[in-house]
Design a protein around this ligand. Structure first.
Ligand code: HEM
Length: 127
């Protein structure tokens, strides 16, 4: 019989985030940091943060190798018309780092997640 496809692929990162429960806590902490950040929180004034948190958790699960499919819009589409600049993106990444520290994501997982998000910069800045 063919080997079964594991439910969790490249699972190390997903697991070191604490699986779904850990990812939910990380998404919640990230939203909290963003809303407290006077540099960029006006961007979030009109949206539904509950929905954004859900989509962020889904995306974190998917990119960390967890058993989720991201169902949100593409990063280009989700951020289009915001005309975000690098400084906005940098602020977001600082908030994300603070959130990872707040929920004690291990250092190696922090580096890997930071790299995965950093790779999205060109899809988010300047849209
Ligand atoms: C790697 C960095 C980022 C990631 C992974 C990310 C991820 C996401 C996701 C998954 C969504 C929901 C997509 C959807 O609605 O279908 C979203 C929406 C949004 N993002 Fe980002 N984002 C990033 C950077 C930023 C930055 C730098 C800003 C502004 C400073 C920003 C502001 C927003 C806003 C305002 C929304 C819409 C919220 C709403 O209407 O509910 N994002 N983002």
């Amino acid at each position: 019989a063919a080997p079964q496809k594991p439910v969790v692929q490249k699972d190390a990162l997903y697991l070191s985030l604490g699986g779904q429960a850990g990812i939910d806590r990380l998404a919640e902490a990230t939203v909290r940091e963003l809303l407290n950040d006077l540099r960029i929180n006006l961007f979030f004034a009109n949206g539904s943060m509950a929905e954004s948190r859900r989509l962020l958790a889904e995306q974190l699960c998917a990119i960390s190798g967890g058993p989720c499919t991201y169902t949100g819009r593409s990063m280009e589409e989700a951020h289009s018309g915001m005309y975000l600049v690098d400084a906005d993106f940098d602020a977001f990444m600082q908030d994300f780092a603070a959130a990872m520290n707040a929920v004690t994501v291990p250092a190696d997982a922090q580096r890997r997640l930071t790299a995965l998000f950093e790779a999205m910069r060109p899809q988010i800045v300047g849209q």
